[in-house]
Design a protein around this ligand. Structure first.
Ligand code: DGY
Length: 324
């Protein structure tokens, strides 16, 4: 069968697909396909491995309703119109779980970096401004015994909570649409309302999917309910927070600072004011970017495609209903 891979992926995934006898078209790693290019290419293939934020909208599915399956090389699927995939009975899989440890590492890194203003301290040396020992300057905030509020407690949030407890004995509270009782037992997390999460957390870390419900839920009103010493960490999707309101909240000292691995839009422009604010650390969406995790993601995407093209259920299918 013919498989389109929308960006170069680690060799392990490519090898697995080739060993299964498939013919691959691998698009460039650095150039994003336009919607029309993607549709035109997908029309010539039986399956697609979608890498990066390709918008797989209703028009895509309408035009490419011949596809036997789509494997995303990501856990997030906010870029996919699942209802449209269901309409044409196209199974779509993601790469859940394999990136939880790596992504939670980045959330942990940002939490610590923001608490000690690490990125700006690095800039200070580059700018030649490291002069004396100043006992009252450059003071951070300690995390020991503080409260971590997880917004969207799933696998990545659980991994972060485990690290925060082990390193800093942090108390874990969380807010989800539904209670996650398994996670409560596993990490001793306490369910709270959204307003309680805002009011009680010393660190809020976002691990929720982007949906109509969560889009820009962290806005001026939400930031105003947080502690003035609170850290806001987002490694999920940039559109979960309103960027203008976040900038204002930091400038007005409504909150202490922010650590972002995701922005809106991506890539972030180099003139973005966030890059020059105190207690802000920004990374270029590298949550899953380790050799080990990217290999696992590529292998998982390949296994899902191979299963579907063998008329088997995709192991990590998102829209199970297509099999009903
Ligand atoms: C994911 O897997 O969803 C990461 O954010 C990469 O897009």
């Amino acid at each position: 069968m013919k498989i389109l891979i929308t960006r170069k992926i680690p060799q392990k995934g490519i090898q697995l697909l080739e060993e299964a006898g498939h013919t691959l078209t691998i698009h460039s790693e650095t150039v994003t396909l336009t919607k029309t290019e993607l549709i035109n290419l997908a029309k010539q293939h039986d399956a697609v491995v979608s890498v990066g934020g390709n918008q797989l909208d209703s028009n895509f599915f309408e035009q490419c309703n011949h596809l036997k399956c789509i494997a995303l090389m990501s856990v997030g699927y906010d870029n996919v119109d699942i209802n449209a995939a269901n309409l044409y009975k196209i199974p779509v899989s993601n790469t859940s779980d394999v990136l939880s440890k790596a992504t939670s590492d980045i959330a942990f890194l940002l939490m610590l970096a923001v608490s000690r203003n690490a990125f700006n301290m690095h800039k200070k040396i580059e700018q030649g401004s490291w002069k004396n020992f100043e006992p009252t300057a450059d003071l951070g905030i300690e995390l020991y015994g503080k409260t971590l509020g997880v917004f969207g407690l799933g696998r990545i949030g659980i991994e972060l909570a485990k690290k925060a407890k082990a390193a800093y004995e942090m108390k874990i509270i969380y807010h989800n649409r539904k209670r996650n009782e398994e996670a409560e037992d596993l990490i001793g997390a306490t369910y709270v309302s959204f307003d309680e999460l805002l009011a009680q957390s010393d660190v809020i870390s976002i691990h929720a999917n982007l949906s109509d419900e969560t889009r820009e839920i962290f806005d001026k009103t939400a930031f105003s309910k947080m502690k003035s010493s609170a850290l806001f960490i987002n490694t999920a999707r940039g559109a979960v927070h309103n960027e203008k309101d976040l900038i204002e909240a930091i400038q007005s000292k409504t909150i202490w600072g922010a650590g972002l691995d995701v922005t809106n839009p991506e890539p972030m422009d180099k003139t973005n004011p966030l890059l020059n604010l105190p207690n802000v650390c920004v990374l270029p969406h590298i949550g899953s970017a380790t050799v080990e995790t990217r290999d696992q993601m590529a292998l998982m995407a390949a296994r899902n495609i191979i299963a579907a093209l063998n008329n088997q259920k995709m192991p990590q299918v998102i829209n199970k209903e297509v099999y009903d």
